[in-house]
Design a protein around this ligand. Structure first.
Ligand SMILES: NC(=O)c1ccc[n+]([C@@H]2O[C@H](COP(=O)([O-])OP(=O)(O)OC[C@H]3O[C@@H](n4cnc5c(N)ncnc54)[C@H](OP(=O)(O)O)[C@@H]3O)[C@@H](O)[C@H]2O)c1
Length: 247
């Protein structure tokens, strides 16, 4: 990487930056002065607006998590454009709520690939670029990884896998200056959770000590903390942010 590129600000890769938590992260990382690369399957007004507003500092590509080769190819494009990666947020995720005894085999594979295999491939490709100058990786898990809920067994398996992956990786990558942490959010409003019924929403609220659902902004605060120098001695950890519902 040339000196000129590294002087132009740190580079963050955020998977799934077109909406929900990813969108908030992309906005805030750009506002912090980082260059940001993100992907999703489809562009939208948000990604197109940013590409026009930040022609040098923002990269969006169409990538499907179900194609790990395309995920790796995306990191090559990031390297060509920005030269390096300092922060990876493994944010993109997929949720089908289906009972385990009847979920179709291809849906099982979809959940495992999108929520576990693809983030592992993305992490390896990005970590190789972080080797020289160090960096930070944050995996977005879910409280489903640490508590049992009906209808999400495969999603829970993938997210629990991601947390274990993060802990083991922190040991391997700490010596080269790369921190790896996991953020474990409770329920917050987004398209991913748009089919949760009003009744279930009320139940979640009722069971949450802080008496309400979280917001993507609150989850983003915690991600940015883990990514920041304030967390420079934190690695291999999972931070639960759920208004206390799992306490
Ligand atoms: N919302 C919650 O209550 C909640 C709770 C705990 C954990 N989480 C976790 O938080 C993270 C963000 O969730 P969110 O609620 O912000 O989700 P969201 O609003 O559904 O956004 C998901 C993002 O990922 C992209 N994406 C989805 N499937 C993809 C695929 N196959 N390939 C490439 N990109 C894909 C989406 O764009 P495209 O559709 O265009 O591809 C979008 O940009 C996820 O890991 C989720 O599991 C969410």
């Amino acid at each position: 990487m040339s000196e000129r590129l590294s002087e132009r600000g740190p580079v963050a890769v955020v998977s799934g930056g077109s909406r929900g938590l990813g969108r908030v992260l992309v906005e805030r990382l750009l506002a912090e002065g980082r260059r940001v690369a993100t992907f999703s399957r489809k562009p939208n007004e948000f990604t197109e607006g940013l590409a026009a507003a930040y022609p040098e500092d923002f990269l969006w590509e169409s990538v499907d998590l179900h194609d790990p080769g395309a995920v790796r190819q995306f990191v090559k494009a990031v390297k060509e454009r920005f030269g390096t990666v300092d922060l990876l947020v493994n944010n993109a995720g997929l949720l089908h709520q289906e009972l385990f005894l009847t979920i179709a085999p291809n849906r099982i594979d979809d959940l495992l690939v999108a929520n576990l295999a693809a983030p592992v491939h993305l992490t390896q490709a990005c970590a190789r670029l972080m080797m020289r100058d160090g960096g930070s990786i944050v995996h977005i898990s879910s409280i489903n990884a640490i508590r049992g809920y009906r209808g999400v067994a495969v999603y829970a398996a993938a997210k629990a896998g991601l947390e274990g992956f993060g802990r083991a990786l922190a040991r391997e990558l700490g010596p080269v200056g790369i921190r790896v942490n996991t953020l474990t959010p409770g329920f917050f409003d987004s398209e991913l959770t748009s089919d949760v019924t009003e009744r279930n929403r009320e139940k979640i609220q009722h069971r949450t000590p802080l008496g309400r659902l979280g917001t993507a902004e609150e989850i983003a605060d915690a991600v940015l903390f883990l990514a920041s120098s304030q967390a420079r001695f934190i690695t291999g950890q999972s931070l639960v942010i759920d208004g206390g519902i799992t306490c």
